[in-house]
Design a protein around this ligand. Structure first.
Ligand code: C6P
Length: 423
C-alpha cells in the first residue's frame, strides 16, 4: 500500500519546519493510511464529516470496554464514572467556545437539532404573527427550514439578507432588513458551500440594537477558527461533533444562561424533570431540562477526546496552517484552465467550491473518486446559494489540518485528466 504520507512535497516539508508537523498529524488518523480504488485516500470532504484520530476512536472503545453505563441515574461506580466523563466533555466544549459555564452547553444530536431546539423553544415562545426572522442567502438548509417551520406555526415572516457575487453578506442591506419586528437573526459563521467567514460581531451588534436574538450556526466555524461566544455576543451557538473530528450523532447548543433558564423544555421524558405527577410536572435545571432521555454518552466522551486532540495541536497553529493551505489551493485552482471558483470572499475558511467548464459536478466527483480523491458534489444543502449563482451544483473540496499541498497538487492533476476526457 502506498501511503499518502509518502507523497510529500518540498512545501509540505516547509510546513513541517514552520512548526506544524502535518505528516505526524496524518499518522494520527488511521483512515488516512488507507487506499480507495487502489489509490492512497485523499480526503477533501471534511466539511461533510471530518476524519477521526485514533485518540477519539480509542476513547470511545475504552469507554465501552471499561465505563459503559447510563448517566445521572445510578449510584454505582460505572454510572458515576460515565457521568463524570460526560460532564467533563461538556466542560471541555464550554471552554472550547469560550462559554462562561458548562451549564450553558446542551448536548444535542447535531447542529441541526440545536437550531431546531431554539426554534421550537425560545423562538416559539417569543414570536407573534407578523414578527420577522432574518436568515441569510448563504445558510445551510438546517438554518432555513427550522425557521420556515416556525413561521408556518406562528404567522411570522421569513426575511432573507442577500450576499454579493463573491459570496459575502451585504451588511448595508442587512442593516436595512433589521427592524422592530425582527425577533430572530439566524446566521452562519462560515458558509459550507462557499467558505465565507461572516462578520458575526457586526451582525450581533446590529441585531441587538434592534432587540433581536442571534442564533449562530457554527458547524463549519469551530473546526477552523478560534470561537469565543462571549466576544461574538451570540445568544445561541450550534455545532456538530462529527465536523470537529469527533463521533457522529452528537452536537452542542450554547445558549446564554439566562435565556436557557427562561425557556420552555424541548422534549419531554426522563432526566429533564424534577418531579412528575399526573397533575403536574416540574422541570430539571439547565442544561438537563433540555436533555430528555438517555443521550449519546459514548459520542459525548468522543467529542471530549476530539477537543483534547485539537487543543493539543493548538487552534492558532491549525488556523495558520489551514490559511496557508487554502491560499495554496486557491492559487492552484485559479491557475487550472476551465476551472471557475464559486465563492471568492476576502475572508474564507476551509472550503473551495468550483466548477469545471462543460462537465457536470457529479461526473467530476465520480472521476476524482477513481483517483482516490473524495470531494462533495451537489448543492451542499444550500440550494439558495446555487440559485444565487444560477447553477445546480458545484464541486467542493473542503480542507482540514491533515490535508497537504501534495494532495492539492494531486487534485489539480486529476482535474486536468477530467478535462482531457470531456474535451
Ligand atoms: N453540512 C456539508 O457537507 P449536521 O448535519 O446537523 O451535523 O450539520 C448541519 C449543518 C449546519 N450548518 C452548516 C453550515 C453545515 O455545513 C451543516 C452540515 C454538511 O456541508 C452536510 S450537509
Amino acid at each position: 500500500m502506498t501511503s499518502a504520507i509518502g507523497r510529500q512535497t518540498e512545501t509540505d516539508r516547509g510546513h513541517t519546519a514552520a512548526g506544524f508537523d502535518v505528516l505526524a498529524v496524518r499518522s494520527d488518523f488511521p483512515i488516512l493510511q488507507t487506499t480507495v480504488n487502489g489509490k492512497p485516500l485523499i480526503y477533501l470532504d471534511s466539511a461533510a464529516t471530518a476524519q477521526t484520530p485514533s485518540a477519539v476512536i480509542d476513547a470511545v472503545v475504552r469507554y465501552y470496554n471499561n465505563d459503559n453505563a447510563n448517566i445521572h441515574r445510578g449510584v454505582h461506580t460505572l454510572s458515576v464514572r460515565a457521568t463524570n466523563m460526560y460532564e467533563s466533555a461538556r466542560a471541555k466544549a464550554a471552554a472550547l467556545i469560550g462559554a462562561k459555564r458548562p451549564e450553558e452547553m446542551i448536548f444535542v444530536r447535531s447542529a441541526t437539532e440545536a437550531i431546531n431546539l431554539v426554534a421550537q423553544t425560545y423562538a416559539r415562545d417569543h414570536i407573534k404573527p407578523g414578527d420577522e426572522v432574518l436568515v441569510s442567502e448563504m445558510e445551510h438548509h438546517s438554518n432555513i427550514v427550522p425557521w420556515q417551520l416556525l413561521c408556518e406555526q406562528t404567522g411570522a415572516v421569513l426575511r432573507v439578507a442577500p450576499m454579493n457575487d463573491a459570496g459575502e453578506l451585504r451588511l448595508d442591506e442587512y442593516e436595512h432588513l433589521l427592524g422592530a419586528r425582527t425577533k430572530i437573526v439566524a446566521v452562519t459563521q462560515v458558509s459550507n458551500a462557499l467558505g465565507t467567514i461572516n462578520p458575526i460581531c457586526d451582525i450581533t451588534r446590529m441585531a441587538h440594537e434592534h432587540g433581536a436574538c442571534v442564533v449562530v450556526d457554527g458547524a463549519q466555524a469551530v473546526p477552523h477558527i478560534k470561537v469565543d461566544v462571549c466576544e461574538l455576543d451570540a445568544d445561541f451557538y450550534a455545532f456538530s461533533s462529527h465536523k470537529f473530528f469527533g463521533p457522529t450523532g452528537v452536537g452542542m447548543l450554547y445558549g446564554k444562561f439566562d435565556l436557557l433558564n427562561s425557556m420552555s423544555p424541548y422534549q419531554g421524558g426522563g432526566e429533564m424533570i424534577r418531579s412528575v405527577t399526573f397533575e403536574k410536572t416540574t422541570y430539571n435545571d439547565v442544561p438537563h431540562k433540555f436533555e430528555a432521555g438517555t443521550p449519546n454518552i459514548a459520542g459525548g466522551v468522543g467529542l471530549g477526546a476530539a477537543i483534547d486532540y485539537v487543543n493539543g495541536l493548538g487552534i492558532e497553529a491549525i488556523v495558520a496552517y489551514e490559511d496557508d493551505l487554502l491560499d495554496y489551493a486557491t492559487q492552484a485552482l485559479l491557475a487550472t484552465p476551465k476551472v471557475t471558483l464559486v465563492g471568492t470572499a476576502a475572508q474564507k475558511a476551509g472550503v473551495l467550491s468550483f466548477n469545471v467548464d462543460g462537465v457536470h459536478p457529479h461526473d467530476v466527483g465520480t472521476m476524482l473518486d477513481q483517483d482516490g480523491i473524495a470531494i462533495r458534489t451537489g448543492h451542499h444543502c444550500a440550494q439558495p446559494v446555487m440559485d444565487h449563482f444560477g447553477i445546480p451544483a458545484t464541486c467542493r473540496a473542503s480542507l482540514a489540518f491533515y490535508n497537504t499541498r501534495a494532495e492539492i497538487d494531486a487534485l489539480v492533476v486529476s482535474l486536468r485528466k477530467v478535462q482531457e476526457v470531456f474535451a
